[in-house]
Design a protein around this ligand. Structure first.
Ligand code: MN
Length: 206
């Protein structure tokens, strides 16, 4: 992705993730929140000629080397665009289940079993204070790690390559789940798009 940024269409309809993620929430999340990050990122970069030619991955990876006047805007809105663009892809109708292949092997090696991984990822999402994200990340060696980021900070900025994410900003769940973030996180696993996440891992480590 590169300037000027645009809202790619969702690969599924707004009601396709029901009952786990309701149509109204997904519609507002995608059409208002995500669109807002895109519009604001374009505004932040409108006079930044050098940064307009960089990809969003490059901007976020090298965030701390950007002109200071751009850093907050790229962190908040660039992160908002990148994080959500990935979030839409790590979910799918008829998702859920467990990964297979290389990713499944590494999850077992790293966490002992899929259940243990799932619990650690869920706990990471549930215990994040305030707004932010839980992530499964990898590195150049294919090692796996689970991390939290606050607000719209992107793991790329700290050298982690994100494989999957759960958005635990209230806007991701509040209309349907209200204060019950834990119920949202537990339900989220039913829409996990393992074929996509596995392919992303294999693509990164090959
Ligand atoms: Mn969000």
């Amino acid at each position: 992705m590169k300037y000027s940024y645009a809202c790619e269409p969702l690969a599924y309809s707004f009601d396709a993730l029901e009952p786990y993620i309701d149509k109204k929430t997904l519609n507002i999340h995608f059409g208002k929140h995500y669109q807002g990050y895109i519009d604001n990122l374009n505004r932040v970069l409108q006079n930044a000629v050098d940064q307009q030619t960089m990809t969003l991955d490059q901007l976020l990876t090298h965030l701390r080397s950007l002109p200071v006047s751009l850093q907050t805007g790229v962190r908040n809105f660039g992160g908002g665009v990148y994080n959500h663009a990935l979030f839409w892809q790590v979910m799918a109708p008829q998702g859920g289940g467990q990964p297979a292949g290389l990713l499944a092997e590494r999850i077992e090696q790293t966490f002992g079993a899929f259940d243990a991984f799932q619990k650690q990822m869920s706990d990471t999402a549930k215990t994040l204070f305030g707004s932010g994200w839980a992530w499964l990340c990898t590195d150049e060696h294919g090692s796996l790690s689970i991390i939290q980021t606050h607000d719209q900070e992107c793991p790329l900025t700290d050298g982690h390559y994100p494989l999957m994410c759960i958005d635990v900003w209230e806007h991701a769940y509040y209309l349907h789940y209200q204060n019950r973030r834990g119920d949202f996180v537990d339900a989220w696993w039913h829409v996990a798009n393992w074929p996509f996440i596995q392919a992303r891992y294999e693509e990164h480590v090959k």
